[in-house]
Design a protein around this ligand. Sequence first.
Ligand code: FES
Length: 577
Amino acid sequence: MTDRPRKKPEDLRSAKWFAPDDVRSFGHRSRLKQMGFDDVDYRGKPVIAILNTWSEMNTCHTHLRQRAEEVKRGVYQMGGLPLEVPVMSLGEMFMKPTTMLYRNLLAMEAEEVIRCHPVDGVVLLGGCDKTNPALIMGATTANVPAIYVSAGPMIKGGWRGQTLGSGSDTWKYWDERRAGNLCDEAWTEIENGIARSAGHCMTMGTASTMGSIAEALGMSLPGSSSIPAVFAEHQRMAVQSGRRIVEMVWEDLKPSDILTAAAFDNAIVTDMAIGGSTNAIVHLLAMAHRAGVDLTLDRFDELSQRTPFLGNVRPSGKHLMPDFHDAGGLRGLMSRITDLLNLDCLTVTGKTIGENIAGAEVYDDDVIRPRDNPVSPTGGTCVVRGNIAPDGAVIKRTAADPKLLKHTGPAVVFRDYNDMAVRIDDPDLDVTADSVIVLQTAGPLGAPGMPEWGMLPIPKKLLKQGVRDMVRISDARMSGTSYGTCVLHVSPESYVGGPFAFVQDGDRITLDVEARSIHLHVDDAELQRRRDAWQKPAPRYTRGFGKLYSDQVTQAHQGCDFVFLEGPDHTPEPEIH
Ligand code: FES
């Protein structure tokens, strides 16, 4: 446990707004009174902003208004003043073309909302995929004491005695539907039963992965990330987080004290041990660069190769997040990999990660596997490179058919999503189970926003023959709930003239995951000829946020942050006039 000097009330950031005897502060104080607060409510007390991503357009966050009230209860208990601040919500289900287009916008908003207001500490209420990295990126740059409260997974889905997992079972049963194996009635029953409560996807999708990563980084209370959203335990965790943030303000415990290179290694090791979403790679790269940590794709592969995959949760495993929670949650899992973690890393508790997980136990060895019986001896995600992905691409090896991890086949190329949608189920499409399906123009700029299209559909005629996996390659991302032999995040993307743009129908491609290689069997002279013939596409946007995004976004292997937002520099504090 650290012994940090405590801040004095006059040192609070909010004191600059409320303490001086001048006309500006008079205005600030009188307007607090307009809201019904008296002197006793704020004088000398930390102001805690609760950044809330609740929205009726976000299906996963319907409980976050109530959770904000519970955070407030904790803040009041410890003598702080909680003020709830709504921020942009990024709901995966309704937002088009993709929430990833807006991750950096929420990150900017979070940073600026903190900076421009009298905020001493901040509680970040997120959960649905991109809200987590966006809020943490913004808080990292703002660098005031911050604690992340994850929305938590929804309860398990069910249909005719089967357990249904978010996303994963949608894809599975959709393939059965396309193959003609599922009637209208059954399909509607699945629709009714797959999402049955508030909370984020309850598979080890991106939301569960990023919640676990926030905890492994030290930005959330220990054990908090797996608590199902509708459990009373989740309410109590929100109250505890409210209590803790007030103490963090007095201790001046900031993200810069927590988000070190060693903490990011812990996050990557944990990501590999839980079989986390490939999206975590893009987000962790961006988050690390905000913290001044020089993280690269290669570090993921290094740590993946020495980390066993223990979290037996779908889509790479068998169970769901509520099972993972009952089995001991992330504390239980981390207690099984202590030799791979940097146990001295400081966390929001004011204690180290080692202290946080001390005494943790695992209560179900099938859900959280022991070291001598892992789901896989190495981590879930691998980085591959080659002449069509010189800056790298990723594959979730544990979600792929092992027979396809070394495979050569002819390319069937779709120039963009619309081309694929029109032709993929054409009975005359020249495709077999050995083909390699390629989708171009699906990256950060091309799509735009690098949507989760990477689990490219199996052509219907092959589904009917019983084919359920093929090698698929794109510069897109893939939902954390998806599965299959899908090579993703090809960098640089095709839209900017990366060599992936030059793949043509019939070209042979070899994927060799063990060798970390992806190779297009086209000689350099022919590739150069295709490069010379390539024409740069017109910009997607000429105005608005899309223009800012297009001008600034980096490639997948760099984290897709905006160039002007990267790095640990902070914008100056506002003058209080
Ligand atoms: Fe919100 Fe999956 S749709 S986490």
